[in-house]
Design a protein around this ligand. Structure first.
Ligand code: NAP
Length: 256
């Protein structure tokens, strides 16, 4: 599938990994919808940066913890930029908690933002006329295997090697991995659904640098990854028309 001139929606794209992914896609010639929740100024700044570099870009706001706002997000982008060809489910919450310490609020928020929102967006994405010819009323099914749309879900290497400490987060990402495989099978051949599992890339806001450095150094590759390495992996997945239902760990071997 051609990426140049096609539209990508990246959730949580105002900063950190989302901004790096959006930047790489803009560089690859894609039109960008930069989603944000609270970071309006950062999203707007990034958008102006893309426009100044010759890309077409817009910002879109939504609380992905809210079913209705999430449902309206893709329609909103569709109205402004036309068909969304690439969906990157990047926005997430990363709250600590174990079996004994996970509150109802943390559980619900993690599931809403990290699992429910990617599901709703994937559903809305797949319902766009044109991405699955058999559904758009043009009559009959498209018997070719042409790819019209691609979805990438950002997971976590904890999905392969769960550890204590972020129970609801890890379960939400694990369920998103199941959704990735189920959707990939159901939506093939016209829509591909894949996942990237980062390892230690950037410390969580408020986390100590010392703890992050220790975790990063414990990976077989002995270091943290970079946002650029994640963005390049996303692009790699998007450039392949024969990979679907796959998980790529970009974690220096931390899942091993
Ligand atoms: N950083 C890492 O080392 C690492 C490691 C493993 C996996 N990952 C995964 O990679 C992805 C990106 O990581 P990151 O560290 O860059 O993420 P992050 O900074 O923790 O979060 C990304 C964005 O999610 C958005 N968000 C949070 N709650 C939201 C809500 N209720 N509605 C809408 N948006 C909401 C925020 O947008 P606003 O700022 O606009 O509010 C935030 O900027 C995540 O899926 C994460 O789980 C990252």
């Amino acid at each position: 599938m051609e990426l140049v001139g096609h539209t990508a929606l990246v959730t949580g794209a105002s900063q950190r990994l989302g901004a790096a992914i959006a930047g790489r896609l803009a560089q690859a010639g894609m039109r960008l919808a930069i989603h944000y929740h609270r970071s309006a100024a950062a999203a707007e700044q990034l958008c102006q940066q893309f426009i100044a570099a010759g890309s077409e870009a817009i910002v879109v706001q939504a609380d992905l913890g809210d079913w209705q706002q999430t449902e309206q997000l893709l329609a909103h982008v569709h109205q402004q930029l036309g068909t969304v060809h690439v969906l990157i489910n990047n926005a997430a919450l990363f709250d600590p908690g174990g079996v004994d310490t996970t509150s109802q609020l943390v559980w619900q928020q993690q599931m809403a933002v990290n699992l429910q929102a990617p599901f709703i967006l994937l559903q809305q994405f797949a319902r766009q006329p044109g991405l699955r010819p058999q559904l758009n009323g043009s009559g009959g099914s498209d018997s070719t295997s042409q790819v019209y749309g691609k979805v990438i879900n950002l997971l976590d290497r904890r999905v392969i090697r769960p550890r204590g400490g972020h129970l609801a987060y890890t379960i939400s990402k694990s369920a998103l991995w199941t959704l990735t495989r189920m959707a990939a099978a159901e939506l093939a051949p016209h829509i591909q659904v894949n996942a990237i599992a980062p390892g230690a890339i950037l410390p969580a806001p408020g986390a100590s640098d010392e703890q992050f450095t220790r975790i990063a150094a414990a990976a077989p590759m002995l270091r943290a990854g970079t946002p650029t390495e994640i963005a390049e992996s996303v692009l790699f997945m998007l450039q392949h028309d024969y990979i679907t239902g796959e998980l790529l760990c970009v974690d220096g071997g931390a899942h091993l």
